[in-house]
Design a protein around this ligand. Structure first.
Ligand code: ADP
Ligand code: MG
Length: 395
């Protein structure tokens, strides 16, 4: 099958996805598929064997994750799909992304198996009858040898970071695992660059594979510069004002977690002379619409919002997003910062984080590839980069 025989969709809505998956994708803050997703998802759902070469950060996990979730059978309690990853970190990250995608699919079960974790804990995960197993090759083989896991009902195998995995000396293990699956299963390979081992696996085990190559284009990555600012509870508002006074960003959104904080911050900013308005759940929908329209049309530059109120609103060119409070749900972080950097523009996000909140910040960032840069205020209360240089040219 040639790649050209399937048209490349420009939105998730064009992909014949279930409402459950679409809902989850929305929650994750994705507005459009990345190039590798647009190319891979339709082909994978048409059961093609795929050999995809795409650089890091192009969204490969969802490129295979979405099709896997679309075609596992929830009635079948056997393992139907296996994703192999070279490291435990990557396996966990994939498991997490799949779990987020599966949020609305009742009964979808994903097990993550990797070396270093007690076998017993993993046996429990296997006993829950996962349809999808994400694993490092060594540990998966362990389970197969012990007879605790069977791959005879597997219809799809994905090798993520195949080049890396095979480079690390997993050729034999990977080969054994592939050979324990039915001969007509779908085999999908994802690599950053191609190498001889990848080609060999493709040649030995794939049927009419389709090659997908995605160049490293900036358009694939959300163009959001993220910063975490260390602050203290009693300095948070001053530090927020410092960001506003920098006079660098035209249109800004500030997120708070409670209606109370949203109101409090809005009146404080107004008192200080800023043009700021807010939306939250206690404000009538009609009034919220007025505020949103005015914000969209540039009547005032600063919108303060709670997550719930900000749901589904679409403002294209917010230049900066500020997390006054950290979101209570991890996925809201991406949601929030995704308000900026849209339409291939640059965006910036700041999270004001107190020492008490730093644990929470770490949790949120745990599975994110693009990590924010740390900023701090020096003794003279100037916002500085890690190297001590001022962050803004002039304030
Ligand atoms: P890769 O495996 O190609 O390195 P990932 O699948 O880990 O990339 O995705 C990189 C980041 O981009 C993740 O934080 C992911 O949630 C995010 N992401 C994936 N798809 C999209 C999308 N369509 N729009 C916006 N962000 C996305
Ligand atoms: Mg990846």
């Amino acid at each position: 099958m040639a790649e050209e025989t399937i048209s490349i969709p420009s939105s998730f809505d064009e992909m014949d996805l279930s409402s459950e998956v679409l809902h989850a994708v929305k929650d994750m803050g994705f507005t459009a598929p990345s190039t590798v997703q647009a190319k891979t998802i339709p082909l994978m759902m048409a059961w093609a064997d795929i050999n995809a070469i795409a650089p890091t950060g192009t969204g490969k996990t969802c490129a295979f994750g979405i099709p896997l979730l679309e075609y596992i059978s929830l009635k079948d309690s056997r393992v139907q799909a296996v994703v192999l990853a070279p490291t435990r970190e990557l396996a966990l990250q994939i498991g997490d992304e799949l779990t987020r995608l599966a949020k609305y699919i009742q009964g979808a079960k994903i097990a993550v198996l990797y070396g270093g974790q007690p076998i017993v804990k993993q046996l429990n995960a296997i006993k829950r009858k996962p349809q999808i197993v994400v694993a490092t090759p060594g540990r998966l083989l362990d389970h197969m040898t012990r007879g605790t896991l069977h791959l005879d009902a597997v219809h799809t195998m994905v090798l993520d970071e195949a080049d890396e995995m095979l480079n690390m000396g997993f050729v034999k293990d990977v080969t054994k695992i592939i050979e324990s699956t039915p001969n007509d299963r779908q085999l999908v390979l994802f690599s950053a660059t191609t190498n001889q081992d990848v080609l060999t696996i493709a040649w030995k085990y794939q049927h009419d594979p389709v090659e997908i190559t995605v160049e490293a284009t900036k358009a694939d990555r959300p163009q959001i510069a993220q910063y975490v600012i260390s602050t203290e509870p009693n300095k948070k508002i001053d530090h927020l004002l410092y960001l506003l006074d920098a006079d660098v960003y035209g249109r800004m959104m500030i997120f708070c977690n409670t209606k109370f904080m949203t109101d409090k911050l809005t009146s404080r900013l107004k008192k200080e002379g800023y043009q700021a308005e807010c939306i939250h759940g206690d404000i009538k929908q009609s009034q919220r619409n007025v505020v949103m329209n005015d914000f969209r049309r540039g009547k005032f530059p600063i919108l303060i919002a709670t997550d719930v109120a900000a749901r589904g609103i679409d403002v294209d060119d917010v230049e900066a997003v500020i997390n006054f409070d950290l979101p209570t749900e991890n996925e809201y972080y991406l949601h929030r910062i995704g308000r900026t950097g849209r339409a291939h523009k640059h965006g910036v996000s700041f999270s004001l984080v107190t020492f008490q909140e730093s644990v929470r910040m770490d949790e949120i960032l745990r599975y994110m590839i693009a990590k924010p840069l740390p900023l701090h205020f020096n003794e003279a209360e100037v916002l500085c980069k890690e190297d001590g240089e001022p962050f803004f040219d002039k304030v």
